[in-house]
Design a protein around this ligand. Structure first.
Ligand code: NAD
Length: 352
């Protein structure tokens, strides 16, 4: 057997430990050897470690260069800073990749949605630079740099090329924020000129939201700054059955961290109700990142097979199965090899 891949596993808060256990169960079923290094982060880490992001978490991810993460809770308005923002900044995980694809058997208002959200992950209004100017007046700084904008634009075009995507659409508000979004747009245009084989266009963010809701199929790869990317990726998750179905990856030069788009869902935590598919599909992005494409494809086919069969669905998908049951069904499908032969069409999250 080949040497195991060492992965930092961050179960996180709320439904995090449940969906993380489900994803580990499914990834283990592929037979790819993994060594999981479990690390605490989030609100649940504060009691024992006095901080939401203990230093050993960053050390572990830096060492392994790979992490699978459940959601972590961030208090609204006060309290500790977001663990996610901190991880992305500290590890320079500059690209947030969120493929959005319709799946069989999942009720949704749209069919055949197939788009990818590429979100800049390190700056913009998420820089955390806020201060009170005078009582009653607060200033929040939106940081946009040429370096980060060029880098994320190149990522979007490289991804498009590698995955046979047709078009990159830059989403902006440069009509109002002429300097900051203007710089972002200028960088996108400069990079687009280097990729003559990938089509490029632009759209203002409010119009983008309306056009997406009217006809998501007119989009292919969306390229956005941090805040717009955050909002638009939740919007897009709604096209394919909600947050339980939306995987994600945070990719940098020295490390990559895979996590679902959804949060810690405190309303359903600890009840075996969470849909683990978003994190399981994030795991397939990790397998692809490792070059383990056949294993990633086996997981995708198993997910599609279980969804198409419709017997083991979580509550958000209209079923009554628990987190553990759907994970078990997907894992069994992989182990029995049945999914490999399932005639369910083209691969998910990849057109390679
Ligand atoms: P949320 O994503 O946790 O929940 C929104 C709604 O979607 C809830 O009704 C929830 O039950 C449902 N939902 C989410 N994931 C689901 C799943 N896998 N299966 C079934 N239903 C699911 O968003 P929120 O309520 O705005 O945030 C809760 C907490 O999560 C906050 O503290 C927030 O900061 C944090 N958060 C963390 C991350 C992350 O760690 N990556 C991302 C977003 C939000």
């Amino acid at each position: 057997m080949s040497r195991p891949y060492k992965v930092t596993l961050i179960p996180g808060d709320g439904i995090g430990p449940e969906v993380a256990a489900a994803a580990v169960r499914v990834l283990t079923a592929t037979g790819i050897p993994f060594e999981w290094e479990t690390q605490p982060a989030g609100a649940s880490a504060i009691g024992e470690h006095g901080t939401a992001l203990p230093p050993q978490v960053l050390e572990s991810v830096r060492r392994n260069k790979l992490a699978l993460k459940g959601p972590t809770e961030t208090p609204v308005g006060t309290g500790h800073r977001s663990v996610n923002v901190e991880l992305r900044k500290q590890l320079d995980l500059y690209a947030n990749l969120r493929p959005v694809q319709s799946l069989p058997g999942v009720k949704s208002r749209y069919e055949a949605v197939d788009l990818v959200v590429v979100r800049e992950n390190t700056e913009d209004l998420y820089s955390g630079l806020e201060h009170v100017v005078v009582p009653g007046v607060v200033e929040s700084l939106k940081i946009i740099t040429e370096k980060a904008s060029l880098r994320i634009a190149r990522f979007a075009f490289d991804y498009s090329r590698a995955h046979a995507r047709q078009k990159v659409t830059a989403v902006h508000k440069a009509n109002i924020m002429k300097l900051s979004d203007g710089l972002f747009l200028d960088c996108c245009r400069r990079v687009a000129k280097e990729y003559a084989d990938v089509a490029y266009d632009e759209i203002i963010v409010d119009n983008a939201c309306m056009q997406l809701v009217l006809e998501p199929s007119r989009f292919d790869v969306l390229l956005l700054e941090n805040l717009y990317g955050d909002i638009v990726s939740d919007l897009c998750a709604g096209f394919v059955g909600g947050l339980g179905m939306a995987p994600g990856a945070n990719i940098g030069v020295a490390a990559a961290l895979f996590e679902a788009v959804h949060g810690s869902a405190p309303d359903i935590a600890g009840k075996n109700l969470a849909n683990p598919i978003a994190l399981i599909l994030s795991g397939t992005l990790m397998l692809d990142h490792l070059g383990e494409h056949p294993a990633a494809e086996r997981v995708r086919r198993a997910v599609r097979a279980v969804l198409a069969e419709g017997k083991k669905l979580t509550r958000d998908l209209g079923g009554t199965a628990g987190t553990t049951e759907i994970a078990e069904a997907i894992a069994s499908s992989i182990e029995q090899g049945g999914a490999a032969a399932h005639p369910l069409g083209p691969p998910l999250a990849s057109r390679e």
